[in-house]
Design a protein around this ligand. Structure first.
Ligand code: AMP
Length: 369
């Protein structure tokens, strides 16, 4: 079966790899001729909005999906109409995942605690939002933000002008700054027949808005119960098909939803080696209408993102049991170019090996156990 995927980044590349043993062939559309998925599967180099290319993808695929949020919902809807291709995950989830304000409204509707926030469309509205919600706060673009891009922390009134200067002109969202204790994410997968499976809770460490480290399973039963309930509610709401992630702040033992991703997620990369069935395999299984695989963890995993450039493989692979994933991307500061995962037989062993690996990579993160 052919799966057409709009966007050929590292997520698409890992979806394609997961599909191979199952006989699921991915094909991609991406404007970048060097898109990482192109090394694994056919890549049509076209703009995301190119109707002719999108229609050709839809006509030659049984199912159409996407590997990032910022593809046009309208262009996808138009291109798939009458093509016979199904769309998974659903476009309604994609539309919500593209817009931070729609995400917050969804969380509120589903009674999932989220940050206090206000839509900001003018300079005056920003001042009003800061007065109503208070300082410190975070100003974010509603759309097209990722890895901490398109956002500014506002600590005092004097910062408002600079934040407006750098982000104003597009629809924005102002929200309270959460002095969180930690960050976690919940990943779930829903099959076409409605079966749901929820991965173990993941703890995440960000630096400058970019995910650096994820550990799973993160053993915090009360938090995991809340996360499972919230992820399940979102999956049900959309009649969802595929993997979906929700990122949360944790403050005083309570989850506060930050954002959702209607796709496989960086905080689930550990599952390639650390779960019975990876998020990538379960996503393509769900797209293809196949039964889901077990999401149980096989050990205690830590996943570290390689940002900017991949260190020499000969150096990394000296670490016993380390799994390296090089996305084949060119080096650039702040760019996710690969990741590595270690799996240990106990949480204490995982933590010890993670600390040592972080030191070797010259990465300093706060509160790593
Ligand atoms: P986002 O793009 O919304 O996922 O933000 C990236 C990272 O920035 C988050 O994972 C947090 O570490 C930090 N961040 C974003 N929004 C807030 C907030 N309202 N309060 C505190 N930290 C935040």
């Amino acid at each position: 079966m052919k799966l057409g995927i709009v966007g050929g980044g590292q997520l698409g590349r890992m979806l394609a790899i997961a599909g191979v043993p199952l006989g699921l062939e991915c094909q991609f559309l991406d404007p970048n001729p060097q898109a990482p998925a192109g090394a694994i599967a056919p890549l049509n180099v076209s703009a995301f909005t190119d109707q002719r290319a999108l229609r050709a993808l839809a006509r030659s695929s049984a199912v159409i999906g996407f590997d990032w949020e910022n593809v046009s919902v309208e262009a996808l809807r138009k291109a798939t109409r009458g093509s016979g291709a199904r769309i998974a995950p659903p476009l309604r989830a994609l539309a919500t995942g593209q817009d931070r304000l729609l995400e917050k409204r969804l969380f509120e509707r589903l009674r999932i605690p989220t940050t206090r926030h206000a839509a900001v469309n003018s300079r005056a509205a920003l001042w009003r939002a800061a007065a109503a919600i208070g300082l410190p706060g975070v100003l974010k673009t509603r759309r097209l933000g990722y890895d901490g891009k398109g956002q500014a922390v506002i600590r005092k009134h004097a910062d408002l002008d600079a934040a407006w200067q750098s982000l104003g002109g597009v629809p924005l969202l102002y929200e309270e700054f959460v002095p969180f204790d930690l960050e976690v994410s919940g990943l779930g997968v829903r099959a076409r027949d409605g079966t749901v499976a929820l991965y173990p809770l993941v703890r995440n460490w960000h630096d400058e808005g970019i995910l650096r480290l994820s550990m799973a399973p993160w053993q915090a039963p009360a938090l995991e119960r809340q996360a499972r309930r919230h992820v399940r509610a979102v999956l049900r709401e959309f009649n969802y098909v595929g993997v979906l992630a929700v990122e949360f702040f944790v403050r005083n033992g309570r989850l506060i939803a930050n954002e959702l991703a209607p796709r496989v997620h960086n905080s689930g990369h550990w599952s390639i080696e650390g779960a019975v069935t990876s998020q990538f395999e379960n996503h393509v299984r769900a797209m293809a209408g196949l039964p889901l695989g077990s999401v149980a963890s096989t050990g205690h995993s830590a996943m570290i993102n390689l940002i900017g450039q991949v260190p020499p493989a000969a150096q990394l692979l000296q670490v016993p049991g380390l799994h390296l994933h090089d996305y084949g991307k060119s080096s650039r500061p702040g760019r996710k170019v690969g990741h590595c995962t270690i799996i240990a037989s106990s949480a204490a062993e995982r933590d010890r090996r993670t600390r040592s690996l972080l030191r070797a990579l010259h990465l300093r993160l706060k509160q790593v156990p």
